[in-house]
Design a protein. Structure first.
Lengths: 850, 96
């Protein structure tokens, strides 16, 4: 260690040390009778440097400065190369930043390692919410949790006239304290102040305060209206205050004051049912998730003894915040999709690095004579390799710097465009820098080390004899160059085909093949359950609303459903009779098919008051029974519990772009009416329906109805796939441009090296088509191999992305043919341009060139 | 080894080291004198000698090299190695 310190100290003081040594040697020489026997001081100084072991650093610095000089001499090459790297690495960094922000990093809350979400599990399934009464009981009667936090997200109306729908969240009073956040303005909710009080205090979410309310700090202390009831704005949350999922609520309301808004709601007192809260808890010091699960079993048993409606076999399963509240299977499913997208981004880096490698190799081939001279003067192969690699360092460093800037700009742009929650920081940090350096090192290996190793061959010395021409040509034909071209073509082929599949999957939905008509439809939502309405009263209310709506001349038809198309929540069932197919069950009334313009292929619609009958979609019928002749048969096939009365055309109303779903319709039952929607169809324009529906719903003065045109739901449903398709298409096209650049560069360089040969052949009267074929042969095989590989990989990736969230058709002939055709045309053009330009020259000019 | 041996008794500057080696070897080891300096740098780098600026008898500023404890140890090892090698060669020569 001391030796190292000495050497470093020497390096830091090298100019002074060397000056002193030179002085010392000069003194010595002056004292000698015959100074000529002393030796050359400069050579001796060089040897002295060797003694300190820093010569490699001098060499490296020298190579580095050569690299920088050569970049400055050819700025166009430098710019192209840096742009290639910036794009190749930058795209991967951007993807990494999003994955890190949304999936890998736990929410930024106090003591995140002890926070977990609890889901209500039983042997046959799970429910993500827990009844509030259960959460409260657990809070008061357990030995494993130091705190229990709850949240219930709900759409609420804002303003005295309740005209605007916003996202609210009812939270326990310890919400902000337990998550460790102070207010931006005013104060947060607290158990000391907000437990009682005539008018509840609320806290505003940052984005809502900033964008909707103009970011005015003086709003604190003023009165506002939530669901027509007055509230006091107590404070504003910070921008970085995280939502537990990716949603950011507009307002935080004390859950204990829920009944202030909805006096008749049984939600806070019910021990079972669908109205639950998201329950979070903090583990006591040192307890594991398993210990907490077991510790809460006793509490759950105590609840089921006191309240028979809570079944005995339920338990609370903790999902850790450090794992983003995901179960292992959910997490691995998400990670698989992310790795697939990551591998697509990785392909771009492969294409970029191979492209750059080819460019660097072309330049190195042009320098074989110079390198041969170095070798003849005693430089070893490793020295030449080191020289070429270090020369590539400035290029890669600029590329890494550029990629960090690219990632910062693009990530911010995408985050802003897609309304990414502000608490998720997609900006670069030290981890991004580390990833950038790692990817930069890979690029340096592909674009620096591999070409250098290939060029610096032991017989490089021979280049001095023949001017390097022969060696250059043999290197130009080296398999490595073909491999690099093939890699670029394969990468861009995969990206083009996958982009094609994504765009086509969006197109399939947009072009109207989803099987139902949403354009003229509007949805009316009335949260009746909040007001503790009985099922019979609810049924009466909805029948009246439907009748009032239908009475209006602008309304063509109306239907009542449990899950409106485009955004409703339904049960998914996987029947044993239809493996791989998810069946979405909707409860609908008799007018559903007519309202949504879904054709009944056979049989009839439901009749009023019917039960134990179903209508199946065409796909469900043919996959379960192998025939469409199913009217009157039992459903499901193996364990019939209902009779099929009709077959509807396929209409993926709930998951529009899904390819693995089928629909099952059951008639609405009495108990469904507390949580249903009304869907109306306009004679002309859906927007005209909105005031009509709101007016029809105002039968009950307590409720605040919300109506929206279904095409808005469609637009928001398609936003993600559209964005994904656009981004992949853009990346695919840029990668195609890179691959074409690679082909162009390879052919141009090969043509330039063979100028003399071509000149001779032209002068001897060789036909242009034959010469063109000979020149094109350089890239024909690698392009062919690349396309075959690319198609294979695209098929594999397409199959893997068949399920959520992309729903690609894995054998989509148009996407495959289109991708390959575009690649072939662009590749042929890139190869033909330099070759035909050469052949148009006068043969004598070509000969003169050499 | 020779340099370490010469500076073992007292700190010496470059010229004096060269002179002393020449004198001790009765002018048998008259190599290029300048090569002493890369060798001294190697000794410095390994921490076997230390250098310090002093004033010579003639009043000039000179850099003197003094052996360190580590250098003494190294000298002993090298002398032992040399002795072993010389004995082995001598034994071979005598037996032949």
């Amino acid at each position: 260690m001391r030796t190292w310190f000495r050497r470093v100290w020497h390096l830091l003081n090298r100019p002074r040390n060397e000056r002193e040594l030179l002085g010392e040697m000069n003194e010595h020489r002056a004292a000698m009778h015959d100074p000529t026997t002393f030796g050359d001081p400069h050579r001796l100084l060089e040897q002295s440097r060797d003694a300190w072991g820093w010569n490699w650093l001098d060499d490296a610095l020298q190579d580095l400065s050569v690299g920088i000089r050569s970049l400055r001499r050819s700025p166009s090459f430098a710019v192209v190369a840096v742009l290639i790297l910036t794009f190749g690495i930058g795209l991967n960094l951007t993807f990494y930043q999003f994955v890190r922000a949304a999936l890998l990093s736990p929410p930024a809350v106090k003591s995140v390692e002890s926070l977990a979400r609890f889901v209500d599990m039983h042997p046959h399934g799970s429910r993500s919410t827990v009844p509030y009464a259960v959460a409260e009981f657990v809070k008061a009667n357990n030995t494993v949790l130091s705190a229990v936090l709850v949240e219930e997200q709900a759409a609420v109306a804002w303003g005295q006239d309740a005209a605007e729908q916003i996202t609210g969240t009812f939270v326990s009073l310890n919400w902000f304290d337990e998550l460790g956040y102070a207010p931006l303005h005013g104060r947060m909710l607290s158990e000391a102040i907000d437990t009682s009080g005539d008018i509840p205090a609320i806290v505003l979410g940052y984005t809502f305060w900033k964008n909707r309310l103009g970011g005015d700090p003086h709003i604190v202390g003023t009165t506002a209206f939530v669901d027509r009831s007055p509230v006091v704005i107590a404070g504003v949350a910070r921008a970085e205050f995280p939502g537990m999922d990716l949603q950011v609520p507009d307002v935080f309301i004390p859950l204990t004051q829920r009944e202030y808004f909805y006096p008749a709601s049984p939600a806070l007192r019910a021990w079972s049912g669908s109205d639950g809260v998201d329950m979070y808890g903090r583990f006591r010091d040192g307890l594991s998730a398993a210990a907490v699960r077991e510790g809460l079993r006793a509490t759950m048993q105590a609840i089921s003894q006191a309240h028979p409606e809570v079944e005995r076999d339920h338990w609370l399963e903790p999902l850790l915040a450090t794992r983003r509240f995901m179960r292992d299977d959910e997490r691995s499913a998400v990670l698989i999709v992310m790795s697939l997208i990551g591998s697509l981004a990785g392909l771009v880096l492969v294409v970029a690095a191979a492209n750059l490698g080819n460019l660097v190799m072309s330049r190195a081939i042009g320098r074989v004579r110079e390198l041969g001279v170095s070798m003849a003067l005693g430089a070893r192969r490793s020295r030449i390799v080191r020289q070429l690699v270090i020369e590539a360092v400035p290029l890669v460093s600029l590329g890494v710097g550029g990629s960090l800037a690219f990632a910062a700009i693009v990530a911010t742009l995408i985050a802003t465009q897609s309304s990414f929650p502000p608490f998720l920081d997609v900006g670069p940090d030290w981890r991004t820098t580390l990833v950038a350096l790692g990817l930069g090192s890979i690029a340096l290996i592909v674009a620096g080390l591999v070409p250098a190793w290939r060029v610096a061959q032991p017989h490089l010395i021979d280049t001095i004899k023949n001017g390097g021409q022969q060696m250059s040509q043999s290197l130009d034909r080296a398999p490595l160059r073909r491999v690099m071209v093939a890699a670029q073509v394969a990468g861009s082929c995969v990206l083009l085909v996958v982009a094609g599949m994504m765009v086509r999957s969006v197109q399939r939905v947009v072009s109207g093949s989803i099987g139902f008509d949403y354009e003229r439809a509007a949805v009316l939502q009335v949260p009746l359950a909040r007001h503790g309405v009985t099922p019979d009263a609810a049924r009466q209310y909805w029948d009246d609303v439907k009748a009032r709506a239908l009475a209006h001349p602008a309304v063509e038809q109306a239907t009542i459903v449990t899950a409106p198309p485009l955004g409703g929540r339904v049960f998914q069932t996987g029947y044993d009779d239809t493996p791989g197919l998810r069946t979405m069950t909707q409860s609908v009334d008799a007018e559903y098919f007519e309202t949504m313009q879904i054709q009944l292929v056979a049989g009839r619609a439901f009749r009023a008051g019917e039960a134990d009958v179903v209508i199946v979609s065409r796909r469900l019928a043919s996959e379960m029974y192998g025939t469409l002749d199913v009217i009157g048969r039992g459903f499901p096939k193996s364990r019939a519990s209902a009779i099929i009365v009709g077959i509807a055309a396929d209409a993926h109303a709930i998951k529009v772009n899904a390819t693995d779903v089928a629909e099952l319709y059951v008639p609405l039952q009495r108990e469904d009416f507390a949580e249903v929607f009304l869907v109306a169809r306009a004679r002309t324009d859906a927007d005209a329906l909105l005031p009509i529906l709101r007016e029809a719903a105002s039968l009950d003065p307590r409720v605040i109805p919300a109506a929206r045109a279904m095409r808005e739901d469609f637009a928001s449903e398609m936003r993600g796939p559209r964005l994904a398709g656009a981004v992949t298409a853009a990346v695919g096209l840029i990668t195609l441009a890179l691959a074409c650049l690679g082909i162009f560069g390879t052919v141009s360089f090969s043509v330039a090296l063979r100028t003399k040969e071509i000149g001779v052949r032209l002068a001897l009267g060789a036909g242009q088509p034959a010469l063109l074929r000979a020149l094109m042969r350089t890239v024909l095989t690698p392009v062919g191999v690349g396309i075959v590989l690319g198609v294979g990989m695209a098929a594999a990736i397409g199959a893997a992305l068949r399920a959520e969230p992309f729903f690609l058709e894995h054998v989509d002939p148009i996407a495959f043919a289109g991708g390959v055709l575009v690649l072939c045309l662009a590749g042929a053009l890139a190869a033909l341009l330099p070759a035909s330009a050469m052949l148009r020259k006068n043969p004598i000019d070509a000969l003169r060139h050499s | 080894m020779l340099i370490l041996r010469v500076v073992r008794q007292e700190p010496l500057h470059g010229y004096a080291i060269a002179q002393k080696i020449r004198a001790l070897s009765s002018d048998q080891l008259s190599v290029e004198e300048g090569s002493l300096y890369p060798a001294l740098q190697k000794l410095l780098a390994n921490g076997w000698v230390k250098a310090e600026w002093t004033t010579s008898d003639t009043g000039r500023q000179v850099r003197s090299y003094r052996i360190t404890a580590k250098g003494l140890k190294q000298l002993e090892t090298e002398q032992d190695d040399y002795q072993r090698m010389a004995d082995a060669i001598a034994a071979i020569l005598e037996s032949a």
